[in-house]
Design a protein around this ligand. Structure first.
Ligand SMILES: NC(=O)c1ccc[n+]([C@@H]2O[C@H](COP(=O)([O-])OP(=O)(O)OC[C@H]3O[C@@H](n4cnc5c(N)ncnc54)[C@H](O)[C@@H]3O)[C@@H](O)[C@H]2O)c1
Length: 374
């Protein structure tokens, strides 16, 4: 008789570090595999269109129960589900809560965890701390995008926003852009730019300098990576952009509408952004419900108004597999937009889980010896 006992691996944040969650080279390679699988159709995400970023718990503007949370900056819960195929063949759910007030409590803004499941039986394989999974995979994606979209001999980069995500983005970009020699970082808070420049110079052995204006970070940069947070979006003037630059939006930014309409736009997975647009139609605030926070909010609005076309956006996976080409010349300006997807979390979490298993890291927890009701 086969055993019906189920155990799964519990991995706390220290276990995740021991198992290699911070290995950016491996994470970039994993994201590249995922883009390949996405282009082959060997991935699934939630919803009938298979491309939902996640299911969000929106808190109302006014309290409707004595303890019900209300809407606020970065106040949400989100469940992000996916199946990743290929050699991964695994399902998972990244589930997180986010609240800007956490920072005052000495906690990260978002607290994330990831469950991995066997896609055939549904049994849990692992339950893990996922803050680092999430930050690493977010950074790794522009690393892959730079590999396929940046002009040859990319030497200079502008980093906008000096937070955790920008650090991860720069670490990944440095992996795929070996010619990089000068990086300029701009943050609204100069001390943050300076601390970022010091830390990244030391860790990457690159010349990273803090600059005091947006223009100084952008002008003459072959590559621009945007990961600012909050309502004060960076406002990028087209004339600052050097011919051939690739602008990567991990966070939001304001660009001239023509910048989207006249240049090549590449997305992590456009169908997911289309799903956001469909959902906006059902939201009481309509299209305005997404323009504020979605990195593609401005582009989706242009499409919604009939000024842009879904078909003109290229998927990065199709560039990775060679189905489409994005860069036609060294002078092309390319915009890369990424909204974040659960396939990234599930794939990177799975790689770390496999490493933890191989090294005997983590704690086995019992779900049941045998199910009480079978
Ligand atoms: N696309 C994805 O997959 C994905 C995943 C995770 C996070 N994100 C986004 O990445 C962004 C950065 O996240 P984080 O955790 O690093 O945030 P963070 O708050 O730690 O850092 C952001 C930094 O941006 C700076 N900033 C804000 N407005 C600015 C402006 N106009 N000009 C220059 N600097 C400005 C802030 O001072 C801060 O230092 C957020 O918008 C977040 O939503 C995207």
């Amino acid at each position: 008789m086969t055993s019906s006992k189920i155990e799964f691996l519990y991995l706390n944040e220290q276990d995740m570090i021991k198992a290699g969650v911070l290995d950016m080279g491996k994470c970039v390679k994993t994201m590249e595999e995922v883009f390949y699988l996405l282009s082959q159709g060997d991935c699934l995400m939630g919803g009938p269109l298979e491309n939902e970023h996640g299911m969000m718990l929106w808190f109302p503007e006014e309290r409707r129960g004595p303890r019900m949370p209300v809407a606020g900056p970065d106040r949400r819960f989100m469940s992000m589900i996916a199946y990743v195929g290929g050699d991964f063949h695994v399902c998972g759910d990244k589930w997180y809560g986010s609240n800007i007030e956490n920072v005052k409590r000495g906690l990260p803004r978002s607290i994330l965890n990831l469950t991995l499941n066997d896609p055939d039986t549904g049994q849990p394989l692992a339950y893990m701390s996922a803050n680092l999974v999430s930050a690493m995979r977010t950074g790794a994606v522009p690393g892959v995008a730079a590999k396929y979209l940046a002009r040859q001999n990319t030497e200079t980069a502008g980093i906008l926003g000096a937070g955790v995500i920008s650090k991860a983005c720069l670490k990944a970009i440095a992996k795929t852009q070996p010619q990089l020699r000068e990086i300029r970082v701009y943050d609204l808070i100069m001390e943050k730019s300076q601390a970022f420049a010091r830390q990244m110079s030391e860790e990457l052995g690159l010349h990273v300098v803090a600059v005091d204006s947006l223009e100084a970070a952008i002008a003459d940069s072959d590559l621009i990576s945007i990961a600012t947070s909050g309502h004060a979006k960076v406002n990028i003037k087209t004339e600052w952009l050097k011919p051939g630059t690739v602008v990567m939006l991990t966070g939001t930014a304001q660009l001239a509408d023509e910048c989207y309409l006249n240049n090549t736009v590449v997305a992590d997975n456009w169908k997911m952004h289309q799903a956001w647009l469909s959902e906006a139609a059902e939201h009481p605030k309509g299209i305005d419900s997404i323009t504020e926070w979605a990195p593609t909010g401005q582009l989706l609005k242009l499409i919604h108004e009939g000024r842009g076309k879904h078909e003109s956006v290229i998927n990065l996976g199709d560039v990775v597999t060679g189905k489409r080409s994005a860069r036609k010349s060294d002078d092309d300006i390319i915009l890369f937009v990424t909204g974040g997807m659960p396939v990234y979390d599930v794939s990177w979490g799975y790689k770390v889980y496999k490493e933890a298993l191989a090294q005997g890291i983590g704690q086995k927890l019992l779900l049941w010896e045998q199910p009480h009701w079978a």
